[in-house]
Design a protein around this ligand. Structure first.
Ligand code: BG6
Length: 497
């Protein structure tokens, strides 16, 4: 595995801990070898040492996804025993010649090679073009052409383009050097167990699918609320904003899991085609159906976005987005999907809430059907991981009265919690050649199309009244108005849950 951006945060915080967990569970090949490539002035020993230090900082951490119990020597040796480091500039031809020679000396790895682009997006195209130019994407196939004798694959991180046109250009550039079956466009949300579980919930059970349509569902709310701000990523975030950072990728992946038709099988082609159908059927969002926000200072001296490091003090970048979306197909016509995501919200929660239509009548004494709380099915992605169903029961006692209760499944009650970063499944899938959880070229292009009109309008029309929500607040008032005009309301971020 060759990691471009070996000295970066992604490598240290997520990729290497995930590889460690894979080695720990016996899922790394016996002759696994890690090669780091970066501009940083490191060598193999220094790089190994810096990775070890980062791993040590995860030992026994109370919370957080990178927690490990201890670093086991034999596992660490398996992972880093044969590690090497190549220093160089990603734009320099000489670097790739060096890499090629280095790889040619490693005949005992069988020639399989996974290139991981843990680099800023401006390097995606040059790095891939260079890898192609020195012939490192060439695979060797067996005589009937069914199986590569050795494979070459590349993982491309997000952001994959910054709009539809740039995503198309990037796809075209990559596809000049590598073939679609070699390209793994990653979205780390798909590595989350609870996201993958949505397919199991829907398609491994007989009781949900009959309700899973416009006849029974009133609307769907998808929330990705974060308590963190932009931390050290001000420079990146300034030109990205919440919409590009979260919506056409992570949030739409959640939406596709909920909205897709059952695939004919669980192989990559079938699943990705059904997801593409969802993206293709999604309306291009109209600017009046989208709301943007930016957090200002909060209580207890919490600073606002404009005071963050590397952020323009008059910044117009959004840190919050809400939108209403429609899907034009038989299953979902007329069912709104409301999405919201933001930084510095009051609580960290990623959740898909499916609201069912109300009972048609309420034959209970003094009960008006309009006042009955609705039924909700809650798919809790993080930090709570589980599924909950909210419905009405009769409150005990002689008076007929109703109360909303919850039936809840929590992952933690049923399965032991293993250390899991979320990248394990995805890296393992790349090594085994399974593209199911990765984006195909047409998928990313469609998702950018859906948000294209909003992006364009927002780039020319200045937002009014920024900052428009306090750090730690629920988001801007306009986001509430977006649902209120349809006679609906967001689920409170801070309720009894
Ligand atoms: C990243 C975004 O892709 O996802 C970040 O760039 C965001 O801004 C992060 O915080 C959220 O991922 P997770 O796994 O922490 O929910």
């Amino acid at each position: 595995m060759v990691i471009f951006g070996a000295g970066g945060d992604l490598t240290k915080r997520l990729l290497v801990p995930a590889l460690y967990n894979l080695a720990h569970t016996g899922l790394l090949p016996e002759k696994f070898e890690l090669i780091g490539v970066d501009l940083a002035d490191l060598d193999a020993d220094k790089w190994r040492e810096s990775l070890h230090q980062m791993m040590e900082s995860f030992i026994g951490k109370a919370a957080g996804e990178s927690r490990i119990d201890k670093i086991e020597d034999d596992v660490w040796r398996h992972l880093t025993g044969r590690l090497s480091y190549i220093k160089g500039d990603f734009g320099d031809d000489g670097l790739y010649q060096k890499l090629k020679q280095h790889l040619e000396q490693k005949s005992d790895t069988g020639g399989n090679c996974l290139f991981y682009l843990a680099v800023a997006d401006r390097f995606f195209e040059p790095v891939i073009t260079h890898i192609g130019k020195v012939g490192l994407f060439e695979e060797h196939w067996d005589r009937d052409g069914k199986r590569p004798e050795y494979w070459r694959r590349v993982v491309v991180e997000k952001p994959f383009g910054h709009d539809e046109a740039s995503a198309k250009d990037l796809n075209a550039a990559i596809l000049r050097c590598a073939q679609e079956h070699q390209i793994y466009r990653i979205d780390h949300f798909l590595g989350k167990e609870t996201v993958q579980n949505i397919m199991a919930l829907r398609f491994a059970n007989g009781m949900f699918e009959p309700l899973w349509n416009r006849d029974r569902i009133d609307h769907v709310q998808i929330t990705v609320a974060e308590t963190v701000g932009v931390e050290t990523r001000g420079r990146f975030y300034e030109k990205t904003g919440a919409l590009r950072d979260m919506v056409p990728n992570h949030v739409f992946q959640l939406l596709a899991m909920v909205a897709m038709e059952p695939p004919a099988g669980f192989e990559a082609r079938a699943v990705r085609s059904r997801k593409t159908d969802v993206f293709t059927a999604m309306h291009t969002v109209e600017p009046e159906d989208a709301v943007r926000g930016q957090y200002g200072p909060g209580p207890d001296g919490v600073i606002g976005y404009r005071q963050e490091k590397d952020v323009d003090p008059a910044s117009l970048t959004e840190t919050y987005v809400a939108m209403k979306l429609g899907i034009d197909n038989w299953r979902w016509a007329g069912v709104p999907f409301y999405l919201r995501t933001g930084k510095h919200m009051p609580r960290r929660v990623t959740e898909i809430a499916i609201r069912f239509k109300s009972a048609p009548s309420a034959p209970f004494e003094d009960t008006n059907v309009a006042t009955l709380p609705p039924n909700w099915l809650l798919l809790q992605i993080q930090p709570e991981e589980g599924i909950a169903l909210q419905f009405e029961v009769k409150r005990p006692g002689p008076v007929v009265d109703l109360a909303a209760v919850r039936m809840a499944f929590n992952y933690a009650d049923w399965f032991p919690k293993e250390p899991n970063i979320g990248y394990e499944t995805l890296i393992y899938d790349v090594m085994t050649g399974d593209q199911t959880l990765f984006n195909r070229a047409d998928m990313v292009e469609e998702t950018w199309r859906v948000v294209g009109k909003v992006l364009e309008t927002w780039s020319t029309e200045k937002p009014v009244g920024f900052p428009n929500y306090a750090s730690g607040g629920d988001g801007p008032a306009d986001a509430d108005a977006l649902l209120m005009r349809d006679g609906r309301a967001w689920r409170p971020l801070l309720d009894e849950r």
